[in-house]
Design a protein around this ligand. Sequence first.
Ligand code: F6R
Length: 587
Amino acid sequence: MCGIFGYVSRDPRGASVVLEGLRFLEYRGYDSWGIAVVGDQEILSQKATGKIAGAHTDLPPSAVALGHTRWATHGGVTYANAHPHLGCGRRFALIHNGIVENHQALRLELRSDHVFSSQTDTEVLVHLLEEEIESASDLTKALLAVFRRVEGLSAVAVVDAYTSEVAVAKNGSPVALGWANDGVYLASDANALIEHTRRIAFLEDGQAAGLSSNGVRLFEARSGHELDLDWCEVTWDAQKAGLNGYAHFMDKEIHEQPRVVQEIAVEKQDRARDLASLISRARDVYLIGCGSAHHAALSGRYMLSEVAGRGSTCAVASEMSLVYPQLSPESLVIALSQSGETIDVLDAVKGARERGATVAALVNSEGSALDRLADLSILLNCGPERCVLATKSYTAQLAVLQLTAHALSFDVERGTDELRNAALRLQELLDRDSTRRVIDEVARRTGDHEHLFILGRHRNYPLALEAALKIKEVSYMHAEGFAAGELKHGVIALVTPGTPCFILAPDSDFRREALAAAAEVRARGAFTVGFSPEDNADFDITIKTTDFASAPYEIAGASQLLAYRLALLRGCDPDKPRNLAKSVTVR
Ligand code: F6R
C-alpha cells in the first residue's frame, strides 16, 4: 500500500534522497507519487501519476523533504489526488497512509474559506492543520490535535516550510524512524532505511514524533507527554535487498528459497521447540493468515495432524470472527505474515488477545507490529521480499511449521533432516535445465487459455491453492486450486478440450485418487500436467518431484517459476502486478 519516505538533515540532497527512498518502496504497490521540499518559506512539490522508475526530480536543493507513493482508495489516480497535499497557504505539505473514515464530517468542521483541490479523504487533514497551528505551540502539537480528531487507521506526516520541521503520527499504519550521520529519516518500511542507517526506532500506535535538524522527539498522542525513544540496531543484510543480477525480484526470491529452507532447518530448532511447547500446553490451536500466509497455515494444519497427531483450526484472518466465540486464555493463535503489518492479521490477533489467548507469530519483518505484539515471535529471516508476490516467505513459513510439527512429536532433528533434504531437492529442481524447458513448454501451451485448474488431495490441497494464487496474481489468468475430491462436484463442468489441468500427485498417499482425477479431466480433452515423481499415461507433461517431505517445496518452486514465465509471456510485470499491494494495511 502507500509508501512514506522523509528526510530531515543539513544536507541539501533532500529531494533525490527521498526519490530513491520512494523507489525502494515501489514494491508495496502504488499508482502515483509525489515529493515536497522546503523552499524559501514555502513548500515546493512535484507529483506524477504512473511509475517512478525512470523519474527525475526537478525540485531545488533542500535539506528537508517528504515523499509518498499512493495506492488509490478515495478518488481516482490523478495528479491532483497524488500526495503531498498542500494547504491553502503553501506552508504545509501533508502525506498520509490509511483512510480518514470521518473525512466528510471533518470537512464540515472547517472554516468556509479553505480551497480543496483533490477528491481524497486526506486533503482535509492539511486544512485542519492550518487551523490547529494557530493555537498550537509547534508543528507536532498541531498535528496531534488533528490526529485526535481522525477516525480510522492512519499514518500522517507533514512538513512545515516556516520551521523546516517534519511531524509524523501513526495509528495502525507502520512508521519507522532512522538515525544516521547525515540526518534523520522516516519511512513506512524500515527496510527502506537500511541503506542509510541501521539505527531504527519503530513508532507505536498512538505515538507521534517531531523531526528537525536538532534530532527527534517522541510523544504520546493522546496525552501529548514526551516519551523516551527506543533506538535499536537492526541486523538485516542490505545486500539481500538488491536484484543481484536477476531481471526481477520474483525470480531472485524464488531462487533464494533453497538457502532460506536450509537456514531454517539449522537455525530455528529452538524456536520450533518453543512453539511446540506452546502448542502442547494449549487447549485449542488456531493458525491464521491472509493470502499465501493462509495457505501456509493450512499446510501447517495438515503437518500438525499428520506428524504429531495434533488437531488445529485454520482460518483466514479476516474471518476470525468465526473463531472468536471459542477463544479463551487456554487458546493459542499462530499468526503467519510476511510483512507483519497486514491489518486483518493485526485485527485478528488483537481480538484474540482481548479474549486472553496466547499469540505466536511467524513473521518476516523484524520490528513489525505483529513481531512486537506476539508473545512468541519467530522471525523467518528470509531477507526483504521485494516482489509483491509472496515466494520465499511462504516456503519459510512451511519450513518453520514442518520443524514445529516434528518438535511436537519430540523429533525436531528429523524435521531438520527433512528440510535439509528439501532445500537440496529444491536447489536441484531450480538448477536443472530440464525444469526450465518443461516449465517454458507448459507456459507456452497454457498461456493463451482463460482458465487453469490445479487439483490436489489431502496435504496437496493447500499447495494447489497456493500454486493457483501465484498464477492468477501475476499472469491474470483465472487459475483455481481445489481439493481433487471436489472435481465431480462442480469444477468438471468447466473442463473442455485443451483446458489446462495440473494434478499434484507427488507421493503414494492418495495417488490413486489423483490419477483418477487426471483420467477424468483428460477424458474431457484437458491438457494435463502432473507434478509427480513418475510419468503417467494421463499426464501430457510431468514436472518431476522427489520425496514426500520435499514435495511442498518443489511444487511451490515449480509453480512459482511457471507463474513467472506466464507473466513474462503475457506481458505482465512480475514484481508489481496490477491492483496489488505488498502489505495490505487498510481494511
Ligand atoms: C500472495 C501475496 C498475498 C500475501 C497476503 C498476506 O502472493 O503476496 O496474498 O500473502 O497479502 O501478506 P502478509 O504475509 O504480509 O501478511
